[in-house]
Design a protein around this ligand. Structure first.
Ligand SMILES: NC(=O)C1=CN([C@@H]2O[C@H](COP(=O)(O)OP(=O)(O)OC[C@H]3O[C@@H](n4cnc5c(N)ncnc54)[C@H](O)[C@@H]3O)[C@@H](O)[C@H]2O)C=CC1
Ligand SMILES: O=C(O)[C@@H]1CCC=N1
Length: 272
């Protein structure tokens, strides 16, 4: 692994910002002292400062010193942040990565300068354990910067490059998707309790079963239905349960939820 040699500023140290920072250090992409974490109130970052991260409430100073700037505030907090950092933006020095849902590259350039290179990235919370599914898109960054940002996110999971117009779809499927699969696991464990297991063992069984299902697809490179066909014995109990779930809208509810999340993701940001 070639360590990144420059400085990284992560503006907005909440769920995703902190998870990304920790993931980058754990994967040896950068050392903690190369990463500045900002937050309006830095008292919540004391533990991270002890781990060696630079912590600050001065976004403009963090940007001035950085080569890579990650915008990791909520969409509704972004315009305020962009106006704070405007004086420190240097298009020759920094490349900007935005993880904010529903904010386009051009929206960001309209606030901080038309020659600024902006790459959107949509990770998910599994970034904390190096298992993110991160989608990246840009409309103006150089191939070299896209390659570096891809390399950065590959240290904390898998990366797919997509067209920017699919970014809200990626948000729903991958970033929100973590919550959807977690809820499915939780529901399975609740079913397990109804049929006789203690809650802790039911959850453990559901989690390992879900992991096995995902790993089957990843390692065998197969299609879900191909694997399902191997489970469903004729006149058996699996097809009975599966069809009952489908009669109650299992696939349909996931599809509808993902469509609604994608629509919502596209409407989270107000330009003015
Ligand atoms: N949570 C998730 O699973 C994912 C979130 N995202 C996107 O990442 C962004 C951040 O989401 P979360 O981390 O969940 O939100 P969060 O609310 O946990 O973190 C945002 C942080 O930014 C800080 N902040 C707000 N204004 C600031 C400012 N002017 N200067 C410095 N810090 C400031 C807040 O204090 C907070 O700590 C959002 O735009 C979201 O759409 C993207 C992918 C996944
Ligand atoms: O729920 C949200 O709006 C954020 C974006 C994707 C995941 N969490």
């Amino acid at each position: 692994m070639n360590k990144f040699k420059g400085k990284i500023a992560i503006l907005g140290s909440g769920n995703i910002g902190v998870s990304l920072a920790k993931g980058l250090v754990k994967s040896n992409y950068a050392t903690a002292d190369q990463i500045t974490l900002t937050r309006r109130n830095i008292s919540g970052l004391t533990a991270l400062a002890k781990e060696g991260f630079v912590v600050s409430d001065d976004n403009a100073a963090a940007v001035a010193a950085a080569d890579i700037v990650v915008l990791a505030v909520l969409p509704q907090q972004l315009n305020n942040l962009l106006s704070q950092i405007l004086p420190a933006v240097d298009p020759q020095k920094q490349v900007f990565i935005s993880v904010a849902s529903g904010v386009s590259c051009i929206d960001i350039r309209n606030k901080i300068g038309e020659t600024v290179q902006v790459i959107r990235a949509m990770p998910n919370t599994a970034i904390a354990i190096g298992q993110s599914m991160t989608c990246v898109a840009t409309d103006n960054a150089t191939a070299e910067n896209v390659a570096e940002v891809t390399r950065m996110f590959e240290t904390v999971g898998a990366v797919v490059k997509i067209n920017e117009d699919l970014m809200t779809s990626a948000t729903a499927l991958c970033a929100c998707g973590i919550a959807f699969f977690l809820r499915a696991i939780r529901a399975a464990s609740q079913g397990g309790v109804e049929i006789g297991f203690h809650a802790d063992e039911a959850l453990k069984m559901a989690v390992q079963t879900a992991k096995g299902a995902a790993d089957l697809l990843l390692q065998m490179q197969s299609h879900p239905e191909q694997e399902i066909d191997k489970v469903t014995s004729p006149k058996g109990c699996t097809i009975a349960g599966l069809n009952e779930m489908e009669h109650h809208g299992f696939s349909s509810s996931l599809i509808k939820g993902i469509k609604l999340s994608a629509a919502k993701a596209g409407a989270l940001y107000t330009k003015e």
